[in-house]
Design a protein around this ligand. Structure first.
Ligand code: IP8
Length: 246
């Protein structure tokens, strides 16, 4: 089973609110459709927010730790993410990928310790029936805090753990994790070795940028790859392009 994250900054123009990067999304959908046609099954897709969630979330001061009880703020953030999800689904379905939505707001929550609780039986049933579940970063109810953001990366890690994924891939705008000289780091096994090279993400990102991704991926058992859109097809075919995190 494979969990693939399409980074929000890959499929949207991250600096311009609610603007799709249509060409990149089509390229990603082409790669997924080609791999499915070649026999890739048991695939879960998760996408980030890019310019469709982060701007709304930061306008309302909502992050993974800072919650809101304002339903109109929740509707705005969740609505933006559902709009983007619909774009992703339609590009996949247009290419005969049997992609179906899973909206975390309706299925997941955080407990009082801020731990993500995410029942995955519905995702397992979708996989067993031959669908490609497509999830997204979202807002979710948070015990004691109203609602907070759940990043696509957290969902990837949770799905990888719960469903014992064999492979995890993060398709990013960069060809991997870059060191101080902008060279792709081949393998990361501990955070300390790359901490200084991982600055904060420049565009509005309420969920932690590349450093957060590396930390999250180090926590899971499955080997993970961070790579650029050019390498998506080779990743789906079984190779490990970009940076391997284990
Ligand atoms: O782009 C965040 O998801 P991410 C989603 O995967 C929202 O961090 C609502 C900001």
């Amino acid at each position: 089973m494979m969990v693939l994250k399409l980074g929000g900054s890959v499929i949207t123009e991250k600096e311009r609110p609610e603007t799709l990067d249509g060409e990149s999304l089509e390229r990603a959908a082409d790669a997924i459709a080609a791999a499915r046609a070649d026999g890739l099954d048991d695939l879960i897709v998760v996408h980030g927010g890019g310019s469709f969630g982060h701007h709304n979330a930061s306008e309302h001061g909502v992050s993974t730790t800072n919650g809101t009880h304002d339903a109109s703020a929740i509707l705005e953030i969740h609505g933006a993410m559902k709009t983007l999800n619909q774009f992703v689904l339609s590009r996949l379905v247009d290419r005969d990928v049997q992609a179906v939505p899973v909206h975390p707001f309706s299925t997941a929550h955080r407990d009082v310790e801020a731990r993500l609780e995410f029942p995955t039986e519905q995702v397992e049933t979708m996989l067993a029936e031959g669908f490609v579940p497509v999830l997204h970063g979202d807002v979710i109810a948070h015990s004691g805090a109203g609602a907070t953001v759940v990043s696509g990366d957290e969902l990837v890690a949770e799905l990888a753990r719960a469903l014992a994924a064999d492979r995890v891939g993060l398709c990013s705008t960069v060809p991997g994790v870059l060191d101080e000289n902008d060279a792709v780091v081949d393998r990361i096994s501990d955070f300390g070795s790359v901490a200084s090279a991982l600055g904060a993400s420049e565009a509005t990102d309420v969920t932690g940028g590349m450093a957060g991704k590396v930390r999250t991926l180090l926590d899971i058992d499955a080997e993970a790859s961070i790579f650029g859109l050019d390498a998506l097809r080779t990743f789906l075919d079984g190779s490990t392009p970009g940076t391997t995190i284990d």
